[in-house]
Design a protein around this ligand. Sequence first.
Ligand code: PLP
Length: 389
Amino acid sequence: MKGPTRVNHPPRVNVPADNRPLVAPIYQSVKFTFDSVGESEKLDRGERDGYVYSRVSNPTLTQLAQTLAELQGREACLLTASGVAAVNLTLLALLKQGDHVVLFAEMYQPTRYMVRRLLARFGIEHTMLSIEDAAALERTLASRPTRLVVFESPSNPVLKIADIERITTVARAHNALTVLDNTFAGFHNHGEFDVDLYVHSLTKFAAGHGDVMGGAVIGSRKLLSSMERDFVVLGATLDPHAAFLIQRGLKTYFVRIERQVRTAHAVARFLEGHPVVERVLYPGLASHPQHALAARQMKDFGAVVTFELAPRADPVKFADTLQLFTISASLGSTESLVQPGQLMMPRGLNEEERRWAAVTHRTMRLSIGLEDEADLLADLDRALAAACG
Ligand SMILES: Cc1ncc(COP(=O)(O)O)c(C=O)c1O
């Protein structure tokens, strides 16, 4: 074989079947092949297992999908290239012209944009409510046929808690599907509720290291099978290398969450007692308006702490003075992050919806990392003092 041929047909290395790598390899290959046309045809006819093309399926993604489905306590999982792709492909796969969707003003902005701007162009209607107003949801579902209810808990960024049992019960009674963006709560939460589909941004706590993006949709095999073809054709496929990094990140998921939640609690308690802080929004504090609901339906209260600075404090000075909290979008990294309200102001909401969304220039969202607790508290203390200087 001449050089140009050899480099395109390198020697094949076969690992003996009884000699497995401890960590599964990354199947960084777009195409998969059989030695005969006959076997390819069998796969096509569903008469054997196998892989053809990585936009359709890939062993590295299969391993991650099975892991995530099990963590969330469901049968199946579809993976996407980002969290927004998980949300948006789910909506596209489930909705058609004339359908009605309920969503909430407190939700992650791109989800609101998808429903209110993009899907509206295709004749899909919506009603936007406050996640705190379950009675309004009940009235809405009773008044018109609704295909699905999409919601978050805790909500991004002001950490309102959805009454999941009440929402899923009324949705089921009116034949509406429920989609819960479970990114803030995590895979270990909310599995016992009658939610049809969980969506997650894997970019956050799942991957955990702020260096890779991904999304997941988790639910029953039957429902996900009915959506899978649309996902494949829409093409927001997770790359195998990204899937490998997320699978690796998951190994420390529970250890990270436990530590980050513990520190988040300490940060929330510290802020609650600070004179420059007007209000702390952390579901683990007894002062959170939905603390009892959160305590009933969550195993822990999450690693994000949101708070309102007192009017006399300068929010920009506060954020700029912090040294260990990096000014950044996103959450769920090993590094602590801060996102000031002026970078999260809701767009395109009317006055009432803006009140529900409850983000002001004094709102600060902290994502708690793995740094030493005392160092983080000292950093916050210094920045709070500087904010009033
Ligand atoms: C609740 C929630 N859902 C979805 C997303 C989107 O995830 P991604 O950035 O991976 O597209 C985010 C990102 O911040 C989020 O906070």
